[in-house]
Design a protein around this ligand. Structure first.
Ligand code: OGA
Ligand code: NI
Length: 338
């Protein structure tokens, strides 16, 4: 069936206007109100004055390019392991199996989690463990840059989580507790879209339609447009809007765990990436609570008329399931192993 512009040719897709939270704003009530409005409406907003310098962000992007420009056989030596650390090749991930028939996402990536040594008892758990790093000396400063970003982005995430807590009528430090972001699963993911032109009618996407899994995601992109959101996933046809990159800002979106916590009061919104033929780089930072954290309806989000919509679930269990559903089996890569 030919339905031109069913998913909107580029010219027909509007650019979304999102609220912008200034983390240096001393008027916390204003920040809470802007954030709350964004979370009720679409679950996407910008964050500025977050404390990570533009200069350092440029270094992160430069180092990301330094890695992705390697030949594929070198990158495959750092293929992700069962702990979801390391390189993910093009088509590894299939985010939207209903619409991405027989193919996956036209993006390659690199996962970096919280570093936990192998002899740490937590290394038994999925999502904790040692990272996969390029060999010493081949990419000077690479590991230091990524570790510094990981560390700084977590502080930004915690600052945003405090505003979210207030917006949900919780104590400001609700998400700071040890089982929450005290010992989080936080994953930095470098992404590279190779310049494929997406074609929704053929099921070809940079990243298929999905919502993120955790509490929040911080996203930094270069200046190539590509990210789209769909505020109402049940609308037919679905209406997509671009989210424009803003220099120095993070695009922040809420994940499915926060939707569960908030009993769907706060939205975890469907989004995707369409390639327009230009190469594109982005850096995503996924923030989830600790492995053992029980994600259950918040006391401020339920009432007799509005009982919990989801049963409680452990963060680690939920996350493992979501990764299994969206990533290729590692065994498919055996032929590449040296
Ligand atoms: C993601 C994602 C968007 C982008 O990795 O979950 O939505 O612009 N990325 O790369
Ligand atoms: Ni996403």
């Amino acid at each position: 069936m030919e339905t031109p512009n069913q998913n909107g040719a580029e010219a027909h897709i509007k650019v979304s206007t999102l609220n912008c939270i200034d983390l240096s704003n001393p008027d916390i009530h204003q920040s809470v109100s802007l954030l709350k409005q964004a979370c009720l409406d679409c679950g996407f907003f910008y964050v500025v004055n977050h404390g990570i310098s533009q200069e350092f962000m440029e270094e992160v992007f430069a180092q990301s390019k330094n890695f992705f420009r390697w030949p594929l056989n070198e990158k495959m030596k750092l293929l992700r392991n069962e702990k979801h650390r390391g390189y993910t090749p093009v088509l590894d991930e299939l985010l939207d199996p209903d619409n991405q028939v027989h193919v996956g996402d036209y993006k390659e990536g690199y996962y970096i989690g919280v570093e936990a040594p192998e002899d740490d008892p937590d290394s038994e758990k999925p999502f904790y463990g040692p990272n996969v790093w390029p060999a010493d000396g081949v990419l000077p400063g690479w590991r230091q840059t990524m570790e510094k970003f990981h560390h700084e982005a977590l502080e930004v995430a915690k600052a945003i989580a405090r505003v979210i807590a207030l917006a949900l009528d919780l104590e400001v430090d609700f998400f700071d507790k040890p089982e929450m972001l005290g010992k989080p699963i936080a994953t930095l993911r470098l992404l590279h879209y190779e310049g494929q032109i997406s074609d929704p009618s053929k099921g070809i996407y940079g990243a298929g339609a999905h919502s993120d899994y955790g509490l929040i995601t911080l996203l930094a992109t270069d200046d190539v447009m590509g990210l789209q959101i769909c505020k109402d996933k049940d609308a037919k046809p679905q209406k997509w809007e671009y989210v424009a990159p803003i220099k120095g800002a993070f695009i922040v979106n809420l994940g499915d765990m926060l939707e569960r916590w908030s009993n769907c009061i706060f939205k975890s919104t469907l989004h995707r990436v369409l390639g327009n033929g230009q190469e594109r780089y982005s850096v995503a930072y996924f923030v989830e609570p600790s492995h053992d954290c029980l994600v259950e309806c918040l006391p401020t989000c339920k009432s007799e008329e509005n009982p919990p919509k989801f049963p409680p679930i452990r963060c680690g269990t939920y996350l493992s399931q979501r990764y299994r559903d969206t990533h290729a089996e590692l065994s498919v890569y055996n032929k590449h192993q040296t």
